[in-house]
Design a protein around this ligand. Structure first.
Ligand code: C2O
Ligand code: CU
Length: 441
């Protein structure tokens, strides 16, 4: 009798565990050579992609769920996948030589991602990165909130630029002297979701969550919505601490913003263009085309904020524990090395910190180039720029450090492991501008 009861108990437990088990989502990703049709050319362009798609498949999962990713490398060279911005188990971070071995051609790697934070993230290789990203390997990963969100539409725009030759092929030289002397590889064809100036149909009265992701190799975007006002509600995968209007927000490679936009109820038939204004030459990125249909009811709500997350005061009485001077010198495998404290990867000047103790880091740019500095696996707050208090009502995982600028950030090491820290201009990183922040239990 007893054993029957215990068997029944086991069965009951298995049944009760079912909902948890189904919170795992299986996804297969294959890095491969494929073709992509750009509208500017008659012939297709040879690209490297995930699952034959440009951009890679949009991956979505709910906060708290686990994504189980079966990754296959069908390229002719090693690769890996890094999940930009996600706070996950360090072993899943996808950095060859730091958290895993490179995935060789024909090999598989299983990534298990427990989704801790709801927000906009993305994924890309972390091996021969300038070339692998430059040929198209990247995609968006969205972690949805547990509760259904009240927006009438959720749009995802992966902004990218490609360096294409007249014949439609991708310019095949990477980490060139020119790229290294300047701000990396800037393309000549700007795309949103792999398309040239795509139009997105929306309805009058709709309230839209527009997620912008900068997946470019090196280009900085300054998005401008003509005739529409927008609020910034999240930056780099985390809700802002205070909602603010989109004005001049520079998105450097790696950065994301989520915007809250209401299409006016009388805007039927109008088209709003979204332009990039970072360079003197303005580019149309995409547009919102409002249909002639009747206006829908505009959802009325206040988006959530991360009000109390690492406020600046948390760092008031803390000294800078690490200053990284950013500069270049002659040398290294490309002739020009990009260094942090005069050291280049893998002979880097590293940082290590105990778990849970707030830290301040300073990036001191002695060069005249741009360095969007990214730390894996954390959200940090910008505290000072050039010694002046910065008042950013949000946290980030990537901060643009301008020519001769210094930026001080604060964060709390919450996840043990070795977290790569580098410039997100791919050519700079490959020419040495990488180090690690190690968080010890
Ligand atoms: Cu987008 Cu090392 O990261
Ligand atoms: Cu840089």
């Amino acid at each position: 009798m007893k054993s029957i009861i215990s068997i029944l108990n086991v069965i009951l437990c298995v049944l009760l565990l079912q909902p948890n088990a189904s919170a795992e989502k299986q996804i297969r990703l294959e890095a491969m050579e494929s073709n992509h049709q750009f509208p500017f050319f008659e012939t297709q362009t040879a690209v490297w992609s995930y699952n034959g798609q440009i951009p890679g498949p949009l991956i979505r999962g709910k906060k708290g769920a686990t994504l189980v990713i079966d990754f296959v490398n069908k390229l002719k060279e090693p690769t890996s996948i890094h999940w930009h911005g996600l706070r996950i188990d360090n072993a899943m971070d996808g950095v060859p030589g730091v958290t895993q071995d490179p995935v060789k051609p024909g090999e598989n790697f299983g990534y298990r991602l427990r989704l801790e934070d709801a927000g906009t993230f993305w994924y890309h290789p972390h091996f021969n990165s300038s070339e692998q990203l430059g040929r198209g390997l990247k995609g968006v990963l969205i972690v949805d909130e547990v509760e259904k969100q009240p927006w009438s539409r959720d749009l995802v725009w992966l902004m990218d630029d490609w360096l294409l030759q007249k014949d439609g092929n991708i310019y095949p030289h990477f980490n060139t002297h020119h790229d290294l002397m300047h701000d990396g590889r800037w393309g000549n064809a700007l795309t949103v979701n792999g398309k040239f100036k795509p139009e997105f149909e929306v309805k009058p009265g709709e309230r839209i969550r527009l997620r912008l992701i900068n997946g470019a190799n090196a280009r900085i975007f300054l998005p401008h919505l003509e005739g529409l006002s927008a609020d910034v509600i999240a930056v780099d995968g985390k809700p802002v601490t205070q909602i603010f209007p989109l004005n001049q927000f520079e998105l450097s490679p790696g950065n994301r913003i989520d915007l809250d936009i209401t299409v006016p109820s009388n805007a039927g038939g109008k088209t709003y263009t979204v332009k990039d204004r970072f360079t003197r030459r303005q580019f149309v990125l995409a547009s919102l085309k409002v249909s002639q249909s009747e206006s829908v009811k505009t959802p009325d709500f206040i988006p959530p904020t991360a009000e109390n997350y690492i406020p600046p005061q948390d760092f008031d009485n803390i000294a800078v524990s690490k200053t990284w001077d950013l500069n270049a010198f002659r040398g290294g495998q490309y002739g020009i090395a990009w260094a942090m404290n005069s050291k280049i990867w893998p002979e880097a000047d590293k940082a290590d910190y105990p778990l849970g103790v707030p830290q301040k880091i300073k990036f001191d740019n002695s060069s005249t180039r741009l360095h969007p500095m990214h730390i894996h696996g954390v959200f940090f707050r910008v505290l000072e720029r050039n010694g002046q208090k910065a008042e950013e009502p949000f946290t980030r995982d990537t901060v643009l450090v301008g020519p001769r600028e210094s930026v001080t950030i604060g964060f709390i090491p919450e996840h043990p492991g070795i977290w790569l820290t580098h410039c997100h201009i791919q050519s700079h990183a490959e020419a040495g501008m990488m180090t690690t922040v190690e968080v010890k239990k």
